[in-house]
Design a protein around this ligand. Structure first.
Ligand code: ADP
Ligand code: UVW
Ligand code: MG
Length: 398
């Protein structure tokens, strides 16, 4: 039996799933969290319910990938790397070039490298993973699955900025969005849960993790999304600001006497939940601090919830209604209080959850109250499964 590994590098995490193929049975999976922070955490599940955990710093994604490769052998998850015959990598920015997943070769690597400026927090880290796996698995069938592919055909009226049109023609200045693999997966699951074809549904999928984006899905396709030219735009994130007035950026750049590159770095790394609260980029810490009466933590939560509500409201208007909203990713899957705050504020639209059903995390569940007009679904994302399915699809075509 051959094995396929899906590698998913997020801004603060490295996740993997190892599948037995063709059964798609997950034989090992793990997450390395809090990469780049003072203390990191690794969790690997494998075998018959065996678990391995480590509390140690991972200075960057390179360290995390090396750790993962070492553990595959040390924990005897595989005897030999050759057992893994296919590998899929999540890549955030594929620009307009990658309209679909792609078989990795030197040209594809070069192109991803070129596109890195569109997603500086992600693509370089993902390239580290691609190259490290290529070294130990030189013969594996390797595929890159792009976050942006799902959004690439969104209507131009939603993708373009109100700036000189030639910026788009000459430089590709448009909204690319991200998390497409996740939005695509949860939309498909939502259609199954609702028992209707995806193309007949209007959905709003809220991928709220360390990075976060909200997507309006209509006719089975991405119709609009909150991330922009890069994953810096949209709602408040762990360390990313989300939308800000560009004039403020220029103003602050002058006040702080920093370069535009430094300014973008501050907006990417030192803003969002972390910058507002001064406590932590992690919503768990902010909720705990707010519970103890920390006012800035409470304000951070209020801003965070407001941005989500703002986009959901906008997308209901843009699509002329919605059948369901979907919570997914780290915060969406695990935080009942955030789900409650968001849905409470959306009650005007007939969004209403059952508070008992909401007391759960990480399970697929319809959270809607009996009299809700728009359904609220909780759907744990599974980008890795989508990656594995894309690998199989491309393998058949190859
Ligand atoms: N129980 C929880 N309550 C609130 N937030 C949580 C909880 N569990 C995880 N999170 C949040 O999820 C984030 C990670 O989301 P995830 O989607 O896994 O990350 P990434 O964006 O790196 O893929 C963490 O930064 C943390 O803020
Ligand atoms: C694009 C993006 O923000 O990804 P992540 O949420 O994994 O950081
Ligand atoms: Mg992620």
């Amino acid at each position: 039996m051959s094995k396929t590994i899906a590698v998913n590098a997020g801004s603060s995490t490295l996740k993997f799933k190892l599948f037995d193929m063709p059964s798609e049975k997950v034989v090992a999976e793990g997450t390395i969290e809090r990469i780049g922070e003072e203390m990191g955490h690794a969790k690997i599940k494998f075998g018959d319910g065996q678990k391995h955990e480590d509390e140690k710093p991972f200075k960057d994604h390179g360290a995390a990938v090396q750790y993962l490769l070492d553990q595959l052998i040390d924990l005897k998850i595989v005897q030999n790397y050759d057992e893994i015959t296919a590998v899929g990598h999540r890549v955030v920015a594929g620009g307009e070039f990658f309209k679909d997943s792609a078989i990795i070769n030197d040209d594809v690597i070069k192109k991803i490298d070129e596109l890195s400026e569109y997603a500086p927090l992600h693509d370089p880290a993902e390239l580290v993973g691609i190259k490290a796996f290529r070294k130990v698995l030189p013969n594996a069938f390797a595929v890159a699955v792009f976050d942006t592919s799902f959004h690439v055909n969104m209507p131009k009226k939603n993708a373009l900025y109100s700036v000189p049109y030639e910026w788009y023609e000459k430089y590709g200045a448009r909204k690319y969005g991200a998390h497409g693999t996740s939005h695509r997966y949860v939309a498909g699951r939502a259609a199954e849960m609702l028992g209707k074809p995806l193309k007949d549904l209007k959905l709003i999928t809220m991928h709220i993790g360390a990075g976060a984006s909200i997507t309006a899905i209509k006719d089975g396709q991405s119709y609009d999304t909150s991330m922009g030219f890069s994953p810096l735009a949209g709602i408040t994130m762990a360390t990313r600001s989300g939308d800000v007035d560009p004039s403020l950026v220029a103003f602050m750049q002058e006040k702080l006497g920093v370069s535009s590159q430094k300014m973008i770095s501050i907006l990417n790394h030192d803003s969002g939940i972390k910058g507002l609260s001064g406590i932590s980029p992690d919503m768990r810490d902010i909720l705990a601090a707010a519970n103890k009466g920390n006012k800035l933590a409470q304000l951070t939560i209020d801003i965070y919830v407001n941005r989500i509500v703002r986009y959901v409201g906008a997308y209901i208007a843009e699509m002329g209604g919605a059948d369901a909203i979907v919570f997914t990713a780290g915060v969406g899957e695990n935080s009942a209080p955030i789900r409650k705050m968001v849905t409470d504020q959306l009650s005007y639209f007939g969004i209403k959850i059952d508070q008992d059903k909401n007391q759960c995390h990480g399970v697929e569940r319809d959270l809607s109250a009996a009299d809700a007009k728009i359904k609220t679904l909780l759907i744990p994302t599974n980008e890795e499964l989508m990656i594995v399915r894309d690998i199989e699809r491309l393998r058949k075509q190859a």
